[in-house]
Design a protein around this ligand. Structure first.
Ligand code: NAD
Ligand code: IPM
Ligand code: MN
Length: 367
């Protein structure tokens, strides 16, 4: 039997609610396979800060270090509540970015996927969705503005000022490009390179390195697109995209837009892959507006489990079954509040009910 240790960082807001549903799915995977998961819960985020004074405590670091993979719920507080924590201790700067840096999880895969049959979830018209949306945003996750030097102060003229730097070296760009090309060559062999080289010099280097890496993948067609134009294209014709590669900040923004064209951020799982360790998290935040109400959509978290099964544990067939189980629940006409607005014809179920239905479907799936 294979034994894997999984660090479970439930996080803040809706984090614990959607993590509980993901854990149910892990238990069913154990029942169906010759595998055991040792789940190692650890405090992470604002909850950890209020408990111990650190959003990423030493003990959590130790648990993550020994884990074979990490499942992470969203972290963070509402805009107002964030002010209760000093700026550098806030969970985004004090926990999430340090987690990404610690394991150098430079490759962030954010699938944006909606079959034609679920087109009614999307705010886009049926003719725009066509045969379905199925693209992956490959986001560089440990460079750019997020990790550049930062300074706040008062300048010589007595004015408050701020300076943040956007830095990449060619090796950082090459490694994310290699991941993007590799993925594109396994899919439709079409890669959209998203950049802003008309303004940013970082994009000029980005594009140069992209062209060098492209030589190793002659069968992948590259389309270069400015990031602002890409934002429009994602709404007007999302089906033109298959794999899109972009730097950290662009990927943050366009992946949330991805959730928008699907109809909910609750449909956005992700995988964050480094050379030695990977962690898995929804693309969205802690949704303080709906926390504690049993209405959040756990698809993003359960989908993150599916990505973990495939990428960290080589359980591709079971990963497919998890996706199919969730699609099955939707196909039966059920979803959580985000995707079951009055008049949509979708029956509203709770977070827990969604998890229960997924588990029920999964148990029925042939192995
Ligand atoms: P958010 O992603 O939490 O929420 C935006 C909107 O989407 C809200 O209306 C929310 O209810 C909805 N939503 C998000 N996930 C949902 C789900 N699973 N089911 C149903 N609806 C869902 O963004 P925000 O409100 O701007 O940020 C809240 C906090 O989350 C902030 O502190 C932010 O820094 C943090 N954040 C954390 C992560 C992370 O941990 N990776 C990612 C993004 C934001
Ligand atoms: C995300 C989030 C994070 C980011 C924040 C919370 C630091 O928005 O994972 O998309 O900007 O990367
Ligand atoms: Mn984001």
């Amino acid at each position: 039997m294979k034994n894997y240790k999984i660090a479970i960082l439930a996080g803040d807001g809706i984090g614990p609610e959607i993590t509980a549903e993901a854990v149910k799915v892990l238990k069913v995977i154990e029942e169906r396979n010759d595998v055991s998961f040792e789940l190692l819960p650890a405090a992470f985020g604002a909850c950890a800060y209020f408990e111990s004074g650190s959003a990423f405590p030493h003990q959590t670091k130790a648990i993550c270090d020994e884990a074979d993979a990490i499942l992470k719920g969203p972290i963070g507080l509402s805009h107002e509540d964030s002010k209760r924590i000093p700026i550098d201790e806030q969970p985004e700067r004090g926990a999430l970015l340090p987690l990404r840096r610690r394991y150098n999880t430079y490759a962030n895969f954010r699938p944006v996927s909606l079959p034609k049959s679920l087109g009614h979830f999307s705010p886009l018209k049926a003719e725009v969705i066509g045969e379905g949306i199925d693209l992956v945003i490959v986001r560089e996750l440990v460079g750019g503005l997020y990790f550049g030097e930062k300074e706040m102060g008062v300048n010589d003229a007595g004015l408050r000022y701020v300076r943040e730097t956007l830095e990449y070296d060619e090796s950082q760009i090459r490694q994310i490009m290699q991941q993007a090309f590799k993925l594109a060559s396994k899919r439709r062999k079409l890669l959209h390179n998203i950049h802003k080289s008309n303004v940013l010099k970082s994009s000029v280097l980005w594009n140069e390195v992209m062209e060098e890496v492209a030589k190793d993948y002659p069968d992948v067609q590259v389309v270069n697109m400015l990031v602002d134009a890409a934002a429009t294209a994602l709404c007007l014709k999302p089906t033109q995209f298959d794999v899109m590669v972009m730097e950290n900040m662009f990927g943050d923004i366009l992946s949330d837009q991805g959730g928008g064209i699907l109809g909910s951020l609750g449909l956005m799982p992700s995988a964050c892959i480094g050379p030695d360790k990977a962690y898995y998290e929804p693309s969205h935040g802690s949704a303080p507006d709906i926390a504690g109400k049993n209405i959040a959509n756990p698809y993003s978290m359960i989908g993150s489990v599916a990505m973990m099964l495939e990428n960290s544990f080589d359980m591709e067939a079971e990963a497919k079954n998890v996706w199919a189980a969730m699609q099955g629940v939707f196909a039966d006409g059920y979803s959580t509040a985000d995707l079951s607005k009055p008049g949509s014809g979708v029956t509203m179920i709770s977070t827990v009910e969604f998890g229960d239905k997924v588990v029920e479907k999964l148990r029925q799936m042939p192995k």
